[in-house]
Write a protein that binds this ligand. Structure first.
Ligand code: ZN
Length: 89
């Protein structure tokens, strides 16, 4: 049951022994005008403090803590987006 205990954001809900687990973050609710690219599983957003032209963030649509929590489909979507963003800048 992979979805048991998972909230709408895709993150496990806080348990009594983990009261401060995050269930959402700014990347889960980005301002639409800021979205550079979007695909089924990922979004590309401008970095708030860019250090190079085109410095961007690629985030999964589902709230997870790291790339390694992403499903193979989500990882593939993020890598496809990375390649597309690389071509743009
Ligand atoms: Zn999030």
């Amino acid at each position: 049951m992979p979805n048991e205990g998972v909230d709408g954001c895709g993150r496990f809900s806080p348990s009594p022994v983990e009261p401060i687990a995050m269930t959402s973050c700014p990347f889960c609710t980005p301002d639409d005008p800021k979205i550079i690219l979007a695909n089924e599983h990922a979004l590309a957003l401008p970095d708030a403090f860019p250090v190079t032209p085109g410095h961007s963030l690629i985030a999964p649509r589902r709230h997870i803590a790291s790339f390694f929590e992403a499903t193979p489909e989500e990882q593939s979507a993020m890598l496809d987006m990375l390649a597309e963003m690389r071509q743009r800048f």
